[in-house]
Design a protein around this ligand. Structure first.
Ligand code: F6R
Length: 617
């Protein structure tokens, strides 16, 4: 996630690009930049921080009116992936000659290899970004024909990209190309635009072309040509945008939370794929965590301690089950605010995994610093490049979820689970617990998850209907065993924080030790049932709450009819390994929470009393 905008036409480009970037600021806001083709050639201005910083820089650095103006340009607002937020890592990135400028959304998975190859050809680099490799590759292939150079360069890329490209020697055009990262071409009168998202275009046009994977658009001020990746001219169908500006920002969804729930398949793919060896290279599949500097020494830890707050702590609880199961290593999991004030026993052989979407949560950072002081090594799992957590940890594994705007965490949570599973499996491999054939099966299961998540999302109407019947329940309990218990914790938190329904989670085995006293006809119990070896036990718990008059919804596998006769409602998820199921089983719970909040007339994006990032105690 980042924002791209490009303009070519009869108007001054810079104000249009700045306005467009502001409309896209929700997609990334750690730095921004613009490249413009003007009287002074190709000029680039970039600044760390919000777009207003870029505006200030532009006015401070452009001493005369001609210096930073022109009728064609590209702009970018960044959510950092490779390289911390800084002026030099901001986009546009230029090639070594400074003649070609590129803005990029997505992740170039083979950028390391491309950079190495370009360095061996004498090409120089300045930033830590994967995007600079793209700019330099295009520069390397440029022999007076930008389209040709782009085709050659893109042919060598692996990963995902939405690219806007301009070249000082061909100032009459902008080139756009994408794979797995959206790009829209807007058609105006005597002007054309590109953007990663519709809101940036709406002021100028409602006539757009959606670029498909690997298609290329060449924009001139009075027309646009479209090409296949092999350079054949293609005809495309125009779309008229009906959305108003507010819903366009949310991609047509009513709320950011719903949009972010729907972004999970993509976020999961982005988080998983760069960490696996390619399927087509032959040989056994492997998890590759070289990128984060994870080597065999990490797996020699005597204990893993996972520390976090809120939703991230719930991911940690699931992580504990995963580490014990995959790697047979002792794991403690701790709420950061407890850990920091307890008298914990620390050992330099401990490894701490600190999880935080924002990377700025005060309690989580305090816990990390305490662990460090005790001599432990730290792996951070965070969504924000350059965050305090990322800077202070020994290793960082990023969740490539893109900015999460809604206060309630959804895609950050499931991508945290993806990271934890990858690290736990790698621990298992290095500790000799998981053999190659088994790893292959887990990798296949992980790779299936994004499409399985998509399938759950397609069935959301069922959950919406159920929420419309249940949203006024006095209390909702979530229960499960093992991984399902851990997923229940997160499910209950989602419901309480955005719908203000009293909801609790408990391990189903605890039912008889207390919670059953609260169960009556006003109760809804959601039973998570994906731990196949404990289906009998879950059936018995469900029977007990039904006998006290509770309504029961079950979340289970689509190929199991085990609970059909005892549940009032069954939500089905595709079959996966029981130890990976929380990534899927939490999605119906997220949707249920969302629809309950909407039914209650609440704004799920901004729940009362809560903030996105808790930087104070
Ligand atoms: C709940 C939620 C919070 C956060 C918690 C930690 O939906 O978002 O519980 O998970 O405040 O925040 P991070 O992950 O930024 O440390």
């Amino acid at each position: 996630m980042c924002g791209i905008v490009g303009y070519i036409g009869n108007q001054e480009a810079v104000p249009i690009l700045l306005k467009g970037l502001k409309k896209l600021e929700y997609r990334g806001y750690d730095s921004a930049g613009i490249a413009v083709q003007g009287k002074m050639g190709l000029v680039v201005r970039k600044a760390k921080g919000l777009i207003k910083n870029l505006e200030e820089k532009i006015s401070a650095e452009s001493k005369n009116a001609d210096e930073f103006c022109g009728f064609a340009g590209i702009g970018h607002t960044r959510w950092a992936t490779h390289g911390e937020p800084s002026d030099v890592n901001s986009h546009p990135q230029t090639d070594a000659s400074g003649k070609i400028a590129v803005v990029h959304n997505g992740i170039i998975e083979n950028h390391g290899k491309l950079k190495e190859w370009l360095l061996s050809k004498g090409v120089t680099f300045q930033s830590e970004t994967d995007t600079e490799a793209v700019a330099n590759l295009i520069g390397f292939y440029y022999r007076g024909d930008l389209l040709q150079a782009v085709m050659e360069a893109v042919g060598r890329l692996e990963g995902s990209w939405g690219l806007g490209i301009i070249c000082a020697d061909e100032p009459d055009r902008i080139i756009a190309v994408r794979k797995e990262s959206p790009l829209v071409v807007g058609i105006g009168k005597g002007e054309n635009l590109i953007a990663s998202d519709v809101p940036a275009l709406l002021e100028y046009t409602r006539e757009v072309y959606y670029l498909e994977d690997r298609e290329i658009a060449v924009l001139f001020k009075d027309h646009v040509d479209f090409y296949s990746d092999e350079g054949q001219v293609i005809q495309k169908e125009k779309t008229h945008i009906e959305w108003d500006a507010a819903s366009a920002e949310k991609g047509g969804y009513e709320h950011f939370m719903l949009k972010e729930i729907h972004e999970q398949p993509k976020a999961l793919t982005d988080t998983l794929r760069p960490r696996l060896t390619a399927a087509d290279t032959g040989g056994a599949r492997k998890i590759n965590l070289d990128e984060i500097g994870f080597d065999a020494s990490w797996a020699q830890a005597s204990r893993v301690v996972i520390t976090a707050c809120g939703t991230a702590w719930h991911a940690g609880v699931i992580g504990k089950y995963a580490f014990e199961h995959f790697a047979r290593i002792p794991v403690d999991v701790d709420v950061a605010s407890e850990f920091r004030y307890r008298d914990p026993i620390l050992n330099p052989k401990d490894i701490f995994i600190i999880i935080s979407q924002s990377g700025e949560t005060a309690d989580t950072l305090a816990a990390m610093r305490m662990a460090k002081k005790g001599g432990a090594r730290i792996i951070a799992i965070t969504n924000v490049v350059g965050s305090t957590l990322a800077r202070e940890a020994d290793l960082v594994m990023y969740t490539w979820a893109g900015p999460e705007i809604a206060v309630a965490s959804t895609k950050a949570f499931t991508t945290q689970l993806m990271c934890l599973n990858l690290i736990a499996l790698q621990f298992g491999v290095l500790r000799g617990v998981i053999k190659s054939a088994q790893l292959n099966e887990y990798i296949n299961a992980l790779e299936a998850i994004p499409a399985q998540a998509e399938k759950i999302l397609k069935g959301k109407e069922n959950i919406q209907r159920f929420a419309s019947q249940q949203f006024n329940k006095g209390k909702v309990f979530f229960m499960g065993r093992l991984f399902d218990y851990a997923a229940s914790l997160e499910s209950a938190l989602k419901l309480k924080e955005i719908s203000y329904t009293h909801s609790e989670a408990f391990a189903a085995g605890e039912l008889k030790h207390g919670p059953i006293a609260l169960v009556d006809t006003s109760t809804l119990v959601v039973a998570l049932c994906t731990q196949s070896k404990l289906f009998d036990k879950m059936e018995s718990s469900i029977t007990q709450v039904k006998a006290r008059g509770a309504a029961v919804a079950v979340i289970t596998y689509e190929d199991s009819d085990r609970f059909n006769n005892i549940a009032d409602e069954v939500f089905r998820i595709p079959r996966t390994d029981d130890s990976l199921s929380p990534i899927l089983s939490v999605i119906p719970a997220q949707l249920f929470a969302y629809y309950c909040a909407v039914q209650r007339g609440l704004d799920p994006d901004k729940p009362r009393n809560l903030a996105k990032s808790v930087t104070v105690e």
